[in-house]
Design a protein around this ligand. Structure first.
Ligand code: PLP
Length: 408
């Protein structure tokens, strides 16, 4: 591959927010697992859309509407190429991962029957738990949990035992937002297919770090949120295999998703529009395409190599602090470090770090079952992106040492 050494200082200049100060100190932004920052190249695309060709899509014959439609559909094409998706029909624009998962869960309420089983991993985000619980309540299907080890790795033997002729669906994240674990999703998908179950992979946390090849994975559904991969909030996708998307009923009714409407009967539009009722987030979709271009310009191999370097450096530096424990010690991880200081509440550490200009997340990270598993109220989570530096890691480590001295 090409040169993997990134010029971080040049990259940082693309992100206006990274040069701001917080409480008079340079911002150290280490909350990338919650949302990533947005480069100028993506911001410019949003301003350009509203400045030059803001119009509703797929409707007007006028020039602006054509330009907006072309740009929006070009973004769908970019997403197709990026994730190696067979057809743009299989890409539904949504407001993000939560919306995507709810769309699928809602669709399955007319497919599942009482006694059917659905499997969910022990390390899911609430958005990949609650919609399925609601589905089970509606249908009488049974939710079972794939357990994990103390390292935060799924127990694959237990998973294989849970699979049976009754299993209809399996849900798992590609990467855990709370632990950083990279799950063996290819194996999870292949095993599920052996018993005829479909698999939904939540790619919200992986998409900024790993370029997933969805045809090779042979996954049935995959979800992405643009705001975790340098795009804006309020836009994402649901990838679904065409055969599944044909089977699922529409999620919302309205404009754009219909072929013909009379008061007697309405026929639905073809894919992907069947699931895209109403005026979408047009600027967001176009900007999502620009974010994908931006990341690919840097290159996912280079991003992965550099983030691994940051992860190793930060892990070693943090572990040198007395009483510090890391949760999520899987062999395969992205650059997420969840940790606690013995005898100190994570919230107190987060508050002190904030005053030092360091943005980390504290709490349960929308994954309360994981915290219950470890018997803790929450963790401090530092999550790194390719625009973070080793100096920022040093600032974090110094901040944690200071917090420990103040709080012990
Ligand atoms: C962020 C995240 C979600 C939720 O994504 P939204 O953009 O808030 O819908 C779901 N799962 C994982 C693993 C995440 O990291």
């Amino acid at each position: 591959m090409q040169d993997t050494a990134l010029d971080i200082q040049t990259i940082r200049k693309d992100f206006p927010i990274l040069s701001r100060e917080v409480y008079g100190r340079p911002l150290v932004y280490l909350d990338n697992a919650a949302t990533s920052q947005t480069p100028r190249q993506v911001l410019d695309v949003i301003v350009d859309y509203y400045s030059r060709y803001n119009a509703n899509i797929h409707r007007g014959v006028h020039a602006l509407s054509q330009e907006a439609t072309d740009a929006y559909e070009l973004a769908r094409k970019k997403i197709q190429l990026h994730f190696n998706i067979g057809s743009t029909k299989e890409i539904i624009f949504t407001s993000g991962t939560t919306h995507s998962i709810n769309l699928v869960a809602n669709g399955f309420s007319s497919i599942l029957k009482a006694g059917d089983e659905v499997l969910v991993s022990a390390m899911e985000h609430h958005s990949n738990i609650v919609p399925w619980q609601m589905l089970c309540e509606r249908t009488g299907a049974i939710l079972k949990v794939i357990p994990m080890s103390q390292d935060g790795e799924l127990l694959m033997d237990n998973y294989r035992e849970l699979l049976s002729g009754n299993t209809r669906l399996v849900f798992c994240n590609h990467v855990s937002n709370a632990l950083g674990t990279i799950n063996p999703i290819k194996e999870i998908i292949d095993e599920a297919h052996k018993v005829g179950a479909a698999v939904l992979v939540d790619g919200a946390q992986s998409a900024a770090h790993i370029r997933a090849d969805l045809q090779e994975l042979n996954v049935d559904f995959y979800t992405v949120s643009a705001h975790k991969m340098c795009g804006p909030t309020g836009i994402g996708i649901l990838y679904g295999k065409e055969e599944w998307l044909q089977k699922l009923p529409p999620y919302q009714g309205g404009g754009e998703m219909i072929a013909e409407v009379t008061f007697e009967k309405t026929t639905y539009a073809d894919l992907p529009h069947k699931f895209e009722a109403g005026t979408p987030n047009i600027a967001g979709g176009i900007a999502f395409g620009a974010a994908i271009d931006y990341l690919n310009n840097i290159g996912f191999d280079a991003i992965e190599a550099y983030e691994n370097e940051l992860l190793e450096y930060a892990t070693a530096s943090l572990l040198a602090i007395d009483g510090l424990k890391i949760y999520g010690t899987s062999k395969r991880k992205t650059s997420v470090i969840s940790f606690n200081l013995e005898g100190i509440h994570p919230y107190d550490v987060g508050t002190i770090l904030d005053k030092l200009g360091i943005a980390v997340r504290t709490g349960h990270h929308c994954a309360q079952p994981i915290m219950d598993f470890f018997g803790i109220p929450g963790t401090i989570r530092a999550s790194f992106s390719f625009y973070n530096t080793k100096e920022e890691v040093d600032t974090l480590v110094a901040g944690v040492i200071k917090a420990r001295e103040m709080l012990l």
